[in-house]
Design a protein around this ligand. Sequence first.
Ligand code: ZN
Ligand code: ZN
Length: 392
Amino acid sequence: MDAVYDCYNENSSEKINIKEYFSDFAKRIKWIYHGDGSKVQSTCISDIMNAEFGEEDMQVLTDYCSVDNLTVPGEVSKIKSTQRMRCKYIFKQIQTAKATNLHTLRNVEKSLQENNALISGKYKKESFITYEDCKLRDNLAIPGQDILVSVRVYEPFQHYSHNLKDYKHIPRIVLSRVIEILGSQTLAQLRDKISCISDLSIPTEVSNNPDVKLGPMAKDVYKSGFLFIENIFYNDTRDPNNLNYSQVIKQWAQMRDLGSFQTASLEHTRIDSLTVRFGFPWVYQHQGSCEHLIVFSAARLINENDEQAVAAYPRVQRIKPSGTKYCMMCSDLSVSWITTDNDRVPHDLAYYCDTCFRSFNYIDGIKIGNFKAYAYPRNPNVMVDETPSSSE
Ligand SMILES: [Zn+2]
Ligand SMILES: [Zn+2]
């Protein structure tokens, strides 16, 4: 694993035990917070500095040390949000900036006005999720003590050999979502927050009766899976029927002298017990052979501006919206059905909207030719119920 992705070593951190690192860090900044997580008032700062300040002196000191003093006249105003859409905000500011003596700004402004150019930026194609305050407030995280970890989860991918000559056809690794999880939560909770189209598929062949009630989704039937992090397979053992995916990989590695790998259970491993390299890609595997890269990208202590209700985590901080797949017949409506082994279609697989699927493959409800039909996977949580009411 390390050999395959060794190019990421230069961008990844040293191995860090999350709990040890942040308990040490929390001790260093202990003076900022009281034990209950409330922030220490400025009057205590004089105690910490071992100096006596009057109220007036403290005000002068506060004004003198303000970050507002770091600006110069005519500068783009301070970004209010530190996380959301920084680049878009900066470009919006540039558009309205009056610093027209600068050719760079004038050209950017011209480009934006004339070409309606796409704004390039880190978050250009990612959508931040806005949450309302969680109402379950009986268990709260403590600012300055509890740890918040960000995990980037990528869309499934297929590994290609480095010897492949035609690099144009190697699929890019695409971000799916960034998940925020508390250090006190488990890898199983992290897994449950990962959504994948292969979990949503319904493996019931319904070509003879497409109106039959569709069966359960794959994630409710095939629950096996593991996360592979720092040479340890964390298997999901919550369901006694789950398969141990790591077993065959360990045997394969043993036969090739690739070393031995440990195993542990997903549901008994706390996030903060991990020792990981931040920025290094690890693997999540489920539904047999569906593999995703996951990266621990950031960790910090919770602060008073974060959602503190433990029940609100893990949660998706941002997602990369995926494009809609359209019907191969009309190219107008989104896909509802897939057919395979269809002797009346020149390619396998074929994608249809509901209207085209029924009009092309059936006459008076009777199947034409040979094919297998499956419902196209969709996330029911984001679907609108379009079932007509009985009064219609
Ligand atoms: Zn998957
Ligand atoms: Zn169609």
